[in-house]
Design a protein around this ligand. Structure first.
Ligand code: NAD
Ligand code: MG
Length: 387
């Protein structure tokens, strides 16, 4: 059997490393073309050498020299910059993992989709910002877009049993994050170290903060809205603290299909890597007797306004989701850097949505423009909070 060509965007991150872990267990089955990173050239070069990649790309152009030096004598090509990230998709991998964090992943993810092969999508911010454009590109290129986000991967698997036209309701489960039971007043004093402690999952810093504010579930609602066109009214959120059921699909006949598993991203990644077949993983089997019970509760939109803001952004349409995402990226960074408080994240997103002019989105240029505008307003709001 010939090896399958794969590229991983965001190879140094949490999802990227989990992907490489799976690929590294059966190296002869894969031919690694491109691996990319934001700025960590040491980790990128190590991964490129270990997995015998052809090309390594670092987004930060100032790191080109470091990358080149780290790869000297290996025969692996080095490149740097935003354009080089997009050009890396021209290697035409059979399977591409889109695991860059943030809207920074939009251009390479869209470029990979336009090549018309299989794209495993973890980079939810790209879909939130440019959902209609990305889904149109999928339809045009014939690419197979496989969701990696555990909830969407679960829904995708559940949809194999009935088809989208028979769906009554899609139920996105949410762990509720580390502050599920904390009062709104107490959340005011939350510091990054607390918010970075997710009860169930080990993930990158940005998504971990998003999980604490529940903006992650808001972004996932928008993600689901584009991936599974059943309409917003058929999408619901259910808090399930154990993160064992990754999501569910209720059909018109009232049959509800769920996908379960231990909270390990290698499970959904493996499902996209082997799709439509199944592959072995080193993940823990699910021991339901040991887990004992599964709990559920309704989400609290008063304490977690991100859920309401995401729904409002979908209803507003046009540029609103891109503005929501950009404002959130800026606010999360400001919180991680200790510039603003935890509750300010939601306030900034809400203020940006109220202040930025909402426009129709005809093409990708419109997305860049609204992204830039929303970031500028969010930065200004964050700066005002310090003063
Ligand atoms: P991470 O922070 O661990 O890794 C992000 C990757 O993107 C790194 O390789 C980093 O170098 C790269 N990167 C950062 N900024 C960049 C830039 N400006 N240009 C190019 N590359 C850049 O993040 P993660 O937790 O692996 O998450 C990646 C994506 O997957 C996110 O969109 C996240 O929401 C989604 N996701 C992650 C998980 C998880 O368990 N970690 C689960 C579901 C979805
Ligand atoms: Mg998720």
């Amino acid at each position: 059997m010939t090896a399958r060509t794969v590229s991983i965007f965001g190879a140094t991150g949490s999802v990227g490393q989990s992907t490489l872990d799976l690929i590294g267990r059966d190296p002869d089955a894969y031919d690694v073309l491109a691996l990319t990173a934001g700025c960590d050239t040491t980790k990128l070069a190590a991964a490129a050498i270990q997995h015998r990649a052809r090309l390594a790309v670092v987004a930060d152009e100032s790191r080109y020299g470091d990358l080149k030096a780290a790869l000297a004598g290996t025969g692996i090509e080095a490149a740097a910059g935003a354009d080089a990230l997009v050009e890396a998709t021209d290697l035409g991998a059979d399977w591409t993992m889109a695991a860059i964090v943030g809207c920074a992943g939009l251009a390479p993810t869209l470029a990979a989709i336009r090549h018309g092969r299989t794209v495993a999508l973890a980079n939810k911010e790209a879909l939130v910002s440019a959902g209609a454009i990305m889904m149109a590109a999928v339809a045009q290129s014939g690419a197979l877009l496989l969701p990696v986000d555990s909830e969407h991967n679960a829904i995708f698997q559940c949809l194999q049993s009935g088809g989208i036209e028979a769906v009554e309701r899609i139920i996105l489960t949410a762990s509720g994050g580390p502050f599920r039971t904390m009062s709104y007043e107490a959340m005011r004093l939350v510091v990054p170290e607390q918010a970075l402690k997710h009860p169930n999952w080990t993930m990158g810093r940005k998504i971990t903060i998003d999980s604490a504010t529940m903006m992650n579930k808001g972004l996932e609602l928008i993600e689901a809205y584009h991936l599974f066109p059943v309409g917003l009214e058929r999408l619901s959120i259910l808090v399930h603290p154990q993160s064992v059921i990754h999501s569910m699909v209720e059909y018109k006949d009232r049959s509800t299909i769920a996908q379960l598993g231990c909270p390990d991203m290698r499970v959904p990644i493996a499902s996209t890597l082997a799709w439509p077949a199944r592959m072995e993983t080193p993940c823990q089997p699910l021991d339901l007797a040991k887990i004992g019970r599964l709990d559920f509760e309704a989400p609290d939109e008063r304490r977690f306004p991100a859920l309401r803001l995401a729904r409002e952004a979908i209803e507003a349409g046009g540029s609103a989701p891109a503005a929501l995402n950009a404002a959130n990226e800026v606010a999360v960074m400001a919180f991680l850097e200790g510039r603003i408080g935890f509750l300010d994240i939601g306030r900034i997103v809400e203020d940006v949505l109220a202040r930025v002019e909402m426009l129709p989105v005809a093409g990708i240029e419109d997305v860049w423009a609204i992204d830039k505008d929303a970031r500028r307003v969010a930065e200004r709001l964050a700066a005002e909070l310090i003063n």
